[in-house]
Design a protein around this ligand. Structure first.
Ligand code: ZN
Ligand code: ZN
Length: 319
């Protein structure tokens, strides 16, 4: 099969590889669409904590069973199923977690093996490229869950990339008010239609918020976001910081005086992916605005630097 393998950091190769053999409990699937995520670009550029090389990347997968023809969104995790985290429905925290496209070969290929229990059947009317959005959208649901989002709360999102906009979509779905801060004027313009349709305001002033989420990797967002939180508010560290700045004690003390909470969010659960599919059905037209283009496996390499620079929205590999 044709595949795209990250051999070392910065070394992505198009290869002919054997079709993988499913292990116990797994099923072989034909990948029909796989989205390229910012994390894929980050892994190519600098690596990632959970990345094991060499690796076929790709964790935002829509695939079909060659036997039954059934189509699935693939929850990319494989968890142990019996630890305290798995039992309480927070399987993304499982210490045995293995993720497709990180620890295990993923969707930048014609075929992928996935555990049967990770498959979510999808409705016919949802196109494959939107099904690929279920995983990142579910990660935004996970972030909002950590912050205990309630109806009518205002959520300030830093970064109007695909993940920032999807966070806005989830906030809307649950009756909150999203607003987005974006420093790149090209991206502000590029996302105007989506923000209009999703009734998502641009945050340009000093309005406060109940929840602040970073959908961009600069730690300056922490410095800017904490003072904007209402008392008792939540800051969610959603995108990992890529710089190494010291946080001043005066800023941390705001967490103390105003009883703020800082939480993290990483990955998603299968249940959150099921909810994400409902949201994608509800906002199908709006969600399709997040897709920049569909590309071939051979075009992935050239798109990665553009993703890192925030020049493109979602790019989807079409097999
Ligand atoms: Zn992703
Ligand atoms: Zn577990």
């Amino acid at each position: 099969m044709k595949a795209l393998q990250l051999k070392n950091i910065g070394e992505l190769h198009r290869k002919d590889m054997p079709v993988p053999e499913p292990a116990d409990g797994e099923i072989l699937l034909r990948v029909t669409r796989c989205a390229v995520c910012r994390t894929d670009a980050k892994m190519w550029k600098q690596g990632q904590r959970d990345l094991r090389l060499p690796r076929i990347l790709g964790h935002e997968i829509c695939a079909v069973s060659p036997e039954s023809g059934e189509r699935f969104a693939v929850w990319p995790g494989t968890s142990c199923g019996h630890c305290v985290f798995c039992k309480k429905g927070a399987e993304n925290l499982c210490r045995e977690m293995k993720i497709l496209g990180f620890h295990l070969d993923g969707g930048f290929a014609e075929y992928v093996c996935a555990p049967r229990k990770s498959l979510i059947p999808v409705p016919d009317e949802l196109p494959g490229e939107l099904i690929c959005l279920a995983e990142p959208l579910a990660c935004t649901l996970n972030a909002l869950e950590q912050c205990g989002l309630q109806k009518n709360q205002r959520v300030l999102i830093f970064g109007a990339g695909p993940l920032g906009l999807m966070t806005g979509m989830s906030v809307r779905y649950f009756g909150g008010f999203p607003c987005i801060r974006e420093i790149n004027p090209a991206r502000v313009e590029q996302t105007a239609q989506f923000r209009k349709q999703m009734d998502t305001a641009l945050h340009e002033g000093e309005e406060d918020a109940d929840i602040v989420i970073n959908a961009a990797p600069s730690s300056d967002i922490f410095t800017q976001g904490i003072p904007l939180l209402r008392p008792g508010g939540f800051f969610c560290l959603f995108s990992g910081f890529t710089d190494d700045k010291m946080i001043p004690a005066a800023l941390l003390n705001q967490i103390h005086y105003r009883q703020l909470s800082v939480c993290g969010a990483y990955g998603c659960t299968k249940k959150q992916m099921e909810t994400a599919l409902h949201i994608l059905r509800a906002y199908q037209k709006d969600a399709s605005l997040l897709i920049e283009k569909q590309i071939s496996l051979g075009e992935v390499q050239e798109i990665l630097p553009q993703i890192l620079k925030g020049q493109v929205m979602k790019c989807i590999i079409k097999n």
